[in-house]
Design a protein around this ligand. Structure first.
Ligand code: FAD
Ligand code: UDP
Length: 380
């Protein structure tokens, strides 16, 4: 009999399974609806030898040394730094918007005094959220804030979320701040890279333990019964814990309505040319219907004369039709989530973990950190 059941073999479920198997030395059953492990981190090697990320580009970056050390037990790293360019007014310029972007996009007669003003008001190296910069009183800085807002954030955010930047949690646009430096990298974290042989292999290694059993192509409703105060498995006397990493609204049959998620139509293309673009990712805030194009060869080099690109077309999530990639963090949705969370708390053997179950915009490192915490506080 399994003392622990985990729903979802994404990064959250896999790290939790490893903790239970290794530290508690208990048997754990992981069930997964898809026909593969890894959740949205899943990748595979194409015939060309290029590793592609099937659910969108994933770059690992963290300042958590413990998380990096933990994952390093399961993979070698390719020490990769991610560069993103924005296609703005027909020019390619570094993102996040930094001092180089300023000089690339605006004439020197404007860029020079604006840089001076910025550095008088803020420290070199500071990261300023666009919604904060927009509150500037100074006429010139307000001009700059509006310029960046309109050229970089407004249309991209409308495409990505169907909402304007001030209609979603400020933390979303804060992910890509205005950077007062000449560092052109997309992330500034101390540890950055991609698993040498891909995320799927890394997660396979995390799950590789005699105490862990995995059932693919299995949904929670096939093996679990949700009662008023408890989750049952197999028989009425089940006393084990259920760690759920799927959609919380689905778990409770949409009792308080649907929690909206944003999805993506991911269009991969294999091209008969050696390279397609000069950076791994190019964002298109204002042009076309896709948000960005990623060329995987920059992330995982391969000896081939072909290349593979991915265009991301954002769309509404519809149950059964596409994947729920991003929780839409409006105040209203967060209120609905709170109701589900309260309901979950009435189920004494239920533990929530992950992007979907916690309705949070977690990065991979945050997921691992969160799994550590939930393991210590609610599982151990
Ligand atoms: P998921 O990966 O969604 O895993 C949940 C798993 O549970 C899935 O496999 C699902 O099939 C399964 N499941 C759900 N419901 C059920 C059910 N009822 N029964 C059975 N199984 C079920 N993070 C970074 O750090 N860097 C990046 O560059 C980055 N890029 C990203 C790009 C995109 C397009 C997206 C969508 C995310 C990105 N992320 C990135 C975030 C990263 O994907 C997440 O942090 C991570 O995948 C979350 O893991 P999880 O286990 O919570 O969720
Ligand atoms: N964003 C934007 N323009 C850009 C890049 C990002 O407006 O060129 C905003 C947009 O709202 C996006 C958010 O910042 O959803 C977070 O961007 P990030 O690149 O972190 O998104 P992810 O990789 O998670 O899809």
């Amino acid at each position: 009999m399994f003392e622990y059941i985990i729903v979802g073999a994404g990064l959250a479920g896999s790290v939790m399974a490893e903790r239970i198997a290794n530290i508690l030395d208990e048997k754990v059953l992981v069930i997964e609806r898809r026909n593969h492990i890894g959740g949205n981190c899943y990748d595979e090697i194409d015939k060309t030898g290029i590793i592609i990320h099937k659910y969108g580009p994933h770059i690992f970056h963290t300042n958590y040394r413990d998380v990096f050390k933990y994952l390093s037990q399961f993979t070698e790293w390719r020490e990769y730094q991610h560069y993103v360019l924005g296609f703005i007014d027909g020019k390619l310029a570094p993102l996040p918007f930094n001092l180089n972007t300023l000089h690339k996009l605006l004439p020197e007669s404007l860029a020079k005094p604006l840089e001076k003003k910025l550095l008088k008001k803020y420290n070199y190296g500071e990261r300023i959220p666009i919604l904060k910069l927009l509150k500037e009183d100074d006429r010139d800085l307000k001009f700059l804030a509006n310029y960046i807002y309109e050229k970089v954030f407004l249309n991209y955010t409308i495409k990505q979320w169907g909402l304007k930047p001030d209609e979603i949690d400020g933390k979303v646009t804060e992910r890509v701040p205005i950077l007062l430096s000449r560092d052109n990298r997309y992330f500034q974290d101390k540890y950055q890279g991609v698993p040498q042989d891909g995320y799927t292999k890394m997660i396979q290694n995390i799950l590789d333990h005699e105490n862990i059993k995995i059932m693919l192509n299995t949904s929670h409703e096939e093996i679990l019964q949700i009662k008023k105060d408890k989750i049952l498995f197999m028989d009425k006397k089940y006393n084990g814990k259920v760690i759920f990493t799927g959609k919380i609204d689905e778990l409770f049959n949409y009792r308080y309505g649907r929690l909206p998620y944003r999805s993506l139509d991911l269009k991969f293309k294999k091209l008969d040319q050696e390279w397609y673009q000069e950076a791994a990712t190019i964002n298109y805030p204002n042009d076309y219907d896709f948000t960005r194009i990623t060329e995987f060869k920059h992330i995982h080099p391969a000896e081939t004369k072909k290349t593979i690109i991915l265009k991301e077309h954002p769309q509404e999530h519809i149950e059964g039709k596409n994947e729920p990639y991003y929780p839409i963090l409006t105040p209203e949705n967060q209120e609905t989530y709170k109701k589900y969370k309260k309901l979950a708390e009435n189920h004494r053997n239920l533990v929530l973990l992950g992007r979907l179950a916690e309705y949070r915009y977690y990065n991979m490192d945050e997921i691992v950190k969160r799994a550590f915490k939930v393991f210590e506080k609610e599982v151990r």
